[in-house]
Design a protein around this ligand. Structure first.
Ligand SMILES: NC(=O)c1ccc[n+]([C@@H]2O[C@H](COP(=O)([O-])OP(=O)(O)OC[C@H]3O[C@@H](n4cnc5c(N)ncnc54)[C@H](O)[C@@H]3O)[C@@H](O)[C@H]2O)c1
Length: 364
């Protein structure tokens, strides 16, 4: 049975399964806080365990999920699942059935059938299923939402999103983190539309509610023989409230962009009936414009001093998740059902590209 919530008067105990690239953003906030204790670490790769065991020396370690669960996951309340996306459903369902709350990385799952199995397992066990979508905690995007919610730009009229994946700059990502991404791409779920576009559709859904109809036009660029990037691509959609959106995804392999983490030029512009609010960067710090610009009534205002690193988003997401388990933040921000809505839109976009026609997004 999952730990009854809220957890008060002691730190939340956490086990982490999967200690690859994203652990370098997800785990530092745990080490910096005293209201969470990392009690168990699991990865198939002993070197990745060793890397994090130095930081959390008291944590139980395991190279096999079943061994971890046989040991009660070190007494964990919550299991943080950071394994490759194609394994989310299998690992999350197993962990939920074993009686733990779960936080899993985006995207929720590879398909709706897997997502439904995860939601059903959470329902069965009464556990929390939280999806870590860091963009919903990116301070400039939080500011963008705050400006929109204030009514300053009027009613929503349209949303425009841009991703330019630049090929140079940012941190070193090991080839092992790409291998499963390339397999996932061969399975019709490429790095740019499925893995990265998820973030943007999550933001659009967070701002404007569920997507009702969508069309994807997914292109191909072969970067080396046999390895194809799913760009140039364009997605257009209509939310249930009638607001339309467009996302433009471009691959610019020779462009350098400054970043401490993933690199790329990302923009989100929400147009209202009276003006607009635009977020000028998310993952990278390539161009030092203000991170947020607001235009209304003939004047612009820029925000130059908002925290704008991915580390800031992960810290804020961690703080919110822990507040939820302590009973101080009722809204998960992204729970399983909200994540399923994003996945349904994304899969519909991919399917629509295959048939060349607008698709209705199925409701759960
Ligand atoms: N929020 C973000 O911006 C963001 C960025 C990158 C990745 N992600 C997500 O994080 C997840 C992991 O991505 P990554 O880039 O860290 O991948 P990765 O390949 O770098 O790391 C995955 C780790 O999981 C381990 N692993 C695989 N199967 C396992 C199993 N059955 N049991 C235990 N360990 C296992 C691997 O050994 C590896 O260390 C994916 O879902 C990805 O979409 C999110």
């Amino acid at each position: 049975m999952p730990t009854p919530l809220p957890i008060v008067d002691r730190p939340v105990r956490l086990a982490v399964v999967g200690l690859g690239t994203i652990s370098e953003l997800a785990l530092p906030p745990y080490a910096a806080r005293d209201d969470v204790e990392v009690v168990a670490l699991c990865d198939r790769d002993p070197e990745r365990i060793a890397r994090w065991h130095e930081v959390f020396p008291k944590a139980l370690t395991a190279t096999d999920l079943e061994d971890l669960l046989a040991d009660g996951a070190g007494g964990a309340d919550v299991v943080d699942v950071l394994v490759p996306t194609p394994l989310h459903a299998e690992v999350v369902c197993r962990v939920l059935d074993a009686g733990f709350h779960v936080q899993v990385q985006k995207p929720l799952a590879r398909d709706l059938e897997s997502a439904d199995r995860m939601l059903a397992a959470a329902e069965r066990s009464g556990a929390v299923l939280r999806v870590l979508e860091d963009y919903l905690f990116h301070p400039p995007l939080v500011k963008l939402k705050e400006v929109f919610d204030s009514g300053e730009i009027g009613e929503a009229a349209g949303i425009h999103m841009k991703i330019v994946a630049t090929g140079r700059g940012g941190w070193e990502v090991p080839m092992s983190s790409y291998v499963w991404q390339f397999e996932q791409a061969a399975d019709g779920r490429g790095m740019m539309v499925f893995d990265h576009g998820w973030h943007q559709l999550a933001v659009a859904t967070w701002l404007l509610g569920p997507v009702e109809r969508i069309f994807g036009w997914v292109g191909r660029t072969e970067i080396v023989p046999g390895i194809v990037m799913d760009a140039p691509s364009t997605l257009v959609w209509e939310h249930a409230n009638g607001v339309r959106g467009v996302m433009d995804i471009t691959f610019a392999p020779d462009t350098f962009f400054k970043s401490e983490h993933y690199t790329g030029d990302e923009r989100v512009e929400l147009t209202g009936t009276k003006g607009f609010v635009r977020c000028n960067r998310i993952s990278a710090q390539g161009i030092q414009e203000p991170s947020v610009v607001v235009y209304s009534e003939g004047e612009t205002r820029g925000y130059h001093a908002l925290p704008d690193r991915l580390t800031d988003s992960f810290e804020a997401s961690t703080a919110h998740g822990l507040a939820h388990f302590r009973g101080e933040a009722p809204d998960l921000v992204m729970g399983g059902a909200a994540a399923r809505e994003v996945l349904a839109a994304l899969i519909a976009a991919l399917d629509s590209s295959d048939v060349g026609a607008v698709a209705d997004v199925p409701r759960g």
